[in-house]
Design a protein around this ligand. Structure first.
Ligand code: SF4
Length: 392
C-alpha cells in the first residue's frame, strides 16, 4: 500500500465501515487504441499477467487493511475487461470474494468491448456471479466506427449484445457516442432505437471528448475532418431526450437512460457521494475524508511503484460536491437536507449563495424546485456545465 495511504489508514478504514462500499477494479488493456482515447490503457499485453497478479494481491491486501468491509456493488472497468482470460477473471473474482464481504451485493457489472467476447467467456462470467454487462458500442455505422478506431463493426456490436443475452445477462447496457465527425442526427436516433430493440435495459449517451491530444483531434486540427457544431450536438441530445422515454428508457442522469429498475447502482453511488474503493493503475477511491486517484502509469503500478494524487476534502469542498454531483441525477438534490448540513458546518452563507443562483436559473426554466428538492429541467440538463460550474 502507498505510504501516504498507510498513514491515513485509520480514517480510511472508518470510512469503509460506515456502510457497504462500492469496489471498482481497473483492467488497463485494449486490443488496439481508439483514435479518441485518452484513458490509461495499453496494447502491450505482455504486461497483462503481472498486472492482473498485482490486482489480485491489491484486492487481498485492501480487504485485509479495511477489515473485510461489506461491498454492495462491484464494477470491473477498463480498458477492456473482456480481454481477461477465463483463468484471470476467475482469479480476480475469487480474490474479491475472499477479501470482501459480498453478502449485501446487489450488482456486479463488467465492461466489455464487441469483438472480444464469445459465448463461453460470457457464460463463465455469469457463472462467477457477474450479472450486468456494459458494452462499448459507440455507433452502429461502420464508417464512423472505423473513424473512431474501434476494433469492431456494427454487426459485431449487435452480435455481442445478443451473446450476452444468451449467456444469461438480463441486465445489459450499451454506450452511444454523440459528436463524431460525419454523424447525422437521424442516424444517432436510429441507432438508439436499434439498440433499445435488442432488449437492453440501460443506455449511456456520451459526448465525444477531445480535450486531450489524440489522433482524431489531430485529424480535425489538420482540417481533414469536421466536428458537428454545438447546435447540431444539442439537437441530437434533445432528440434523444424525447425519443428514449418514448421507448421506455427515461433519463435518470444527464448521460444515462434506463428502463425502470435498470439504473446502474454502482455509478449512482458516485453521484450520491457514497464511498468506493478503486484498485488498478488509474482507479479512483473515496473513503472517509479522503479521495485519491492512481496516476495511470501502468508498468509502475504493476511493479508497486504507482503514484497517486491524494486529496483531503475540507468541509466546504465536500458540501459543494453534493449538488455538483447530485444535480446530475434526474431526481436532483434534497435542498433542505443540504441546508441543514450547511448550518451544522457553519457554511450557511455558501449554501445561500448557491440557492440564489439556482433560483435565477429557475427563472430561465433551467432549474426546477419541487418541494424540498431541486433538479435540472430537460433544458438544464443540456446546459448543465454552465450551471454546475458554481460548485467547482
Ligand atoms: S476501448 Fe476504451 S479504453 Fe480501450 S482504447 Fe478504446 S476508448 Fe480507450
Amino acid at each position: 500500500m502507498n505510504p501516504e495511504l498507510s498513514r491515513r489508514l485509520p480514517s480510511i478504514r472508518s470510512g469503509a465501515q460506515t456502510g457497504p462500499i462500492g469496489l471498482y477494479l481497473h483492467v488497463p488493456f485494449c486490443l488496439d487504441r481508439c483514435t479518441y482515447c485518452s484513458f490509461a490503457t495499453t496494447r502491450d499485453r505482455s504486461l497483462q499477467p503481472a498486472t492482473i497478479r498485482r490486482l489480485v494481491s491489491e484486492t487481498t491486501a485492501w480487504g485485509a487493511a479495511l477489515a473485510r468491509p461489506a461491498v454492495d456493488t462491484l464494477y470491473l472497468g477498463g480498458g477492456t475487461p473482456s480481454l481477461l482470460s477465463r483463468a484471470e477473471l476467475e482469479d480476480l473474482t475469487v480474490a474479491i470474494r475472499a477479501a470482501f464481504d459480498l453478502s449485501p451485493l446487489v450488482e456486479a457489472t463488467l465492461e466489455a468491448n464487441p469483438g472480444t467476447v464469445d459465448l463461453a467467456w460470457l457464460q463463465q462470467a455469469r457463472d462467477l456471479g457477474w450479472d450486468r454487462i456494459s458494452l462499448g458500442v459507440q455507433a452502429l455505422d461502420d464508417t464512423l466506427l472505423a473513424r473512431l478506431g474501434r476494433i469492431h463493426g456494427s454487426a459485431q456490436a449487435l452480435e455481442s449484445l445478443e451473446l450476452a443475452a444468451r449467456a444469461g445477462f438480463r441486465r445489459r447496457s450499451a454506450d452511444l457516442m454523440v459528436g463524431i465527425p460525419g454523424q447525422s442526427l437521424s442516424k444517432v436516433v436510429e441507432d438508439a432505437r436499434t439498440l433499445v430493440a435488442t432488449g437492453i435495459d440501460h443506455l449511456s449517451i456520451y459526448l465525444l471528448d477531445l480535450d486531450k491530444a489524440c489522433p482524431l483531434r489531430a485529424e480535425i486540427e489538420a482540417g481533414r475532418l469536421t466536428l458537428p457544431t454545438e447546435d447540431e450536438v444539442a439537437d441530437v441530445f434533445e432528440a434523444l431526450q424525447e425519443e428514449l422515454p418514448r421507448l421506455g428508457l427515461p433519463p435518470y442522469e444527464i448521460s444515462n437512460y434506463a428502463r425502470p429498475g435498470g439504473a446502474s447502482i454502482h455509478n449512482t453511488r458516485y453521484w450520491e457521494r457514497r464511498p468506493y474503493l478503486g484498485l488498478g493503475p488509474s482507479a479512483a477511491s473515496q473513503l472517509g475524508d479522503f479521495r485519491w486517484t492512481e496516476t495511470g502509469v501502468i508498468a509502475a503500478w504493476t511493479e508497486g511503484r504507482g503514484e497517486l494524487d491524494l486529496q483531503e476534502l475540507d468541509a466546504a469542498e465536500a458540501l459543494a460536491e453534493i449538488p455538483l454531483l447530485g444535480l446530475r441525477l434526474h431526481g436532483g438534490v434534497d435542498w433542505s437536507a443540504l441546508q441543514e448540513r450547511a448550518i451544522a458546518l457553519n457554511l450557511r452563507p455558501l449554501c445561500d449563495g448557491w440557492e440564489a443562483r439556482l433560483r435565477a436559473f429557475a427563472k430561465e426554466g433551467l432549474v426546477l424546485w419541487e418541494g424540498d428538492r431541486v433538479r435540472l429541467s430537460a433544458r438544464g440538463m443540456l446546459m448543465s456545465n454552465g450551471i454546475l460550474q458554481m460548485f467547482v
